[in-house]
Design a protein around this ligand. Structure first.
Ligand SMILES: [Zn+2]
Length: 246
């Protein structure tokens, strides 16, 4: 007959596991932070490199965007120029493809890739792409959660033995932020896929330039993967912290 572990041993084993999980999460957070910085650096250097490669058709980012929208039967979305670098985004509420100054004016591979990617979101909006709908529906809750979840978790940790529910409310809020970062992944990958397919089929880019655009968009997508992993590691860390304090 096998010996059953005593209650004390079980508690020790559970605490030990939580401690190990907590430490692992710490290491994970640091490793993911370093990977994130490297990916950001690579993204910037790849975009800088391909901003010097002119697109063969000579179209600026703004012209590329307008053409891709029209080719997809979209006529109610306007293309606007906004300040900053890498500030490009599609706004589904205002129906605008917002391009940063460089992307709007330049006729480079980088500008074409970014402009087409943002139009990829406009196409998703038009066809009712399900992950985009889900992502948009999460925005109001995530806006609140991302602002106050840390505060709720810290207060929850201080009073965890008298009122444990508050800590878990904080965890649920942070889990919402994590869920958002996961739902963002198919939205971003799909927008880039649509962008690259159109850049090639429309001959806006040649084969060599399309490969460069693919590389640049690949690095942009990597930043979203890192962000999702980072929020998962943080979530595990907070759960470990709460479990060890009880
Ligand atoms: Zn995007």
């Amino acid at each position: 007959m096998r010996n059953h572990p005593s209650g004390k041993f079980l508690i020790f084993a559970v605490c030990n596991q939580i401690f190990i999980a907590m430490n692992t999460s710490w290491i994970l957070i640091i490793v993911i932070g370093i990977v994130g910085m490297l990916v950001q650096w690579k993204l910037k250097s790849v975009f800088a490199k391909y901003s010097k490669v002119l697109s063969p058709g000579g179209l600026t980012g703004a012209q590329i965007a307008q053409k891709m929208l029209n080719d997809n039967g979209i006529y109610d979305v306007s293309v606007t120029c906004i300040k900053g670098q890498l500030t490009d985004h599609y706004d589904p509420t205002k129906k605008t493809v917002n391009l940063s100054e460089d992307v709007y004016r330049m006729n480079s591979v980088s500008a074409a890739a970014v402009a087409a990617h943002e139009c990829g979101h406009a196409v998703q909006h038009k066809v009712g792409y399900a992950p985009l709908k889900l992502r948009s529906s999460l925005v109001p809750a995530v806006n609140i959660s991302s602002k106050i979840s840390m505060f709720v978790i810290i207060i929850g940790l201080l009073i965890i033995n008298t009122f444990p529910a508050l800590f878990w409310i904080g965890i649920a809020m942070f889990a919402m932020v994590f869920l958002f970062s996961v739902v963002t992944l198919p939205v971003e990958f799909n927008a880039s896929r649509r962008a690259l397919a159109w850049l090639q089929s429309s001959n806006a880019l040649g084969q060599a330039e399309a490969a460069q655009a693919k590389e640049a968009l690949g690095w942009a997508a990597s930043t979203y993967v890192v962000a999702a992993l980072s929020s998962l590691a943080s979530l595990l860390y907070y759960i470990g912290l709460g479990s060890s304090r009880r």
